[in-house]
Design a protein around this ligand. Structure first.
Ligand code: IFM
Length: 389
């Protein structure tokens, strides 16, 4: 590999997680939904075993984060993305739990001690129960509630955290919760969708303003889920699918967090190369979307998620290599990409799909909670080391 093909020393390499998916012991709108009689009946009707769809103790990362960060450090990561669980921090409206704030202070400290830059997501899809009972993001005050919690976090961690991500994949989440109706609250209602979208925009902007007021040097990002639409006739919808929310909050983010997994072939022939959950593997899409995001927003970009469900670890190493190459191509053409986070560090609870899909660089035995590093995690390490100048 020629020198100019290498990544700079400050390029950030790491992996991502989210609280509800790995911590275990969360008590929020999702944990209650997972155990609701309606959800259990629905799973049984589909011949599925409900226990595989209840997050429960997940990976027990809440108690094992140091051990997990030791692994990430041993794999050469110099950054890590995780989320703060709002329901732990503010279990009752307006009342912040100091013990839980200290927990996340320890998490951040543990990362820094291991030479990993923390990337902190403030909302990754789970609500405190009081917020759910108040109507969740449908409530007109939801943006205010959310921004108040964000402000608290910024005040607590302003000296330790430089990179903040406000809301994870807002448009993707709205679609699944309010249009497709597969995430709680499982509504399929266009009025609710519009209301929630508007409140998320307001929540994002208000959080940005408050975070910046507390720390003008903070780098605050948007994270959106992107997918390459195919075939060609869907080209005009590419922006709507991938960049609508970021366009609505233009001027209120310092960097673009781009999550990318797959091609979405809406009709015609699909890619033959697919993951074990049927997602079409298309590294070229990452190149194209990074290039498009660069042209549209002219901001620094981090690939904040990119990963594959692959229990046997047969495709993951090539998947990472090919996507990193796609990313490099976009960088060579001018996209200001500054980091790459594989999803996910650990196997984890994949929302409505339960524990089935295995995205981890590290395999988790959900009975013993034993961690086992997959060979692709080493391949990823080699890739980042041989390519860093
Ligand atoms: O697990 C999810 C994550 O929570 C959000 N982005 C996509 C991942 C894989 O589906």
């Amino acid at each position: 590999m020629s020198e100019q093909n290498k990544f700079s020393k400050d390029f950030l390499w790491g992996a991502a997680t989210s609280s509800h998916q790995v911590e275990g012991g969360t008590h929020n709108n999702w944990s209650e939904w997972e155990q609701s009689p309606e959800r259990i009946a629905d799973l049984k009707k589909r011949g599925l075993h409900p226990s595989a769809f209840i997050s429960g103790r997940a990976c027990d990362h809440y108690h094992r984060f140091r051990e997990d960060f030791d692994i990430a450090q041993s794999l050469g990561h110099n950054a890590h993305r995780f989320s703060i669980e709002w329901s732990r921090i503010e279990p009752q409206e307006g009342k912040f739990d100091e013990k839980e704030i200290e927990h996340y202070r320890e998490v951040i400290k543990a990362l820094k001690e291991r030479g990993m830059e923390p990337f902190v997501t403030l909302w990754h899809w789970t609500l405190p129960l009081w917020m759910r009972d108040a109507g969740g993001w449908e409530n007109t005050a939801s943006g205010f509630y959310f921004a108040r919690y964000c402000e608290k976090m910024a005040n607590e961690f302003k000296n330790e955290v430089k990179f903040w991500l406000i809301i994870n994949e807002p448009q993707y989440w709205v679609w699944h919760a309010y249009v497709a109706g597969v995430f709680p609250p499982q509504k399929k209602n266009i009025i609710s969708t519009a209301r929630v979208y508007r409140n998320l925009i307001h929540g994002h902007k208000e959080a940005y303003i408050r975070l910046k007021a507390i720390d003008p040097h903070a780098q605050i990002g948007i994270v959106e889920s992107t997918g390459w639409l195919a075939p060609f006739i869907f080209q005009p919808f590419q922006s709507l699918r991938n960049f609508l929310f970021p366009m609505c909050v233009r001027g209120y983010f310092d960097f673009f967090g781009l999550n990318y997994y797959r091609k979405n072939t809406l009709m015609g022939r699909k890619e033959k190369n697919i993951s074990e959950i049927g997602w079409e593997i298309y590294p070229e899409g990452l190149y194209r979307l990074l290039t498009a995001a660069h042209r549209k927003f002219k901001k620094p970009i981090f690939v904040t998620e990119n990963g594959i469900a692959d229990a046997k670890d047969e495709k993951r190493a090539a998947f990472i290599r090919d996507h990193v190459m796609g990313m490099k191509k976009a960088m060579d053409e001018g996209a200001d990409v500054r980091g790459y986070f594989y999803w996910s560090l650990l196997d984890n609870f994949e929302w409505d799909s339960g524990f089935g899909p295995r995205f981890g660089l590290v395999e988790v035995d959900y009975t013993t909670l034993e961690r086992k590093i997959r060979p692709s995690a080493r391949a990823y390490q080699e890739l980042m080391q041989t390519r860093s100048a």
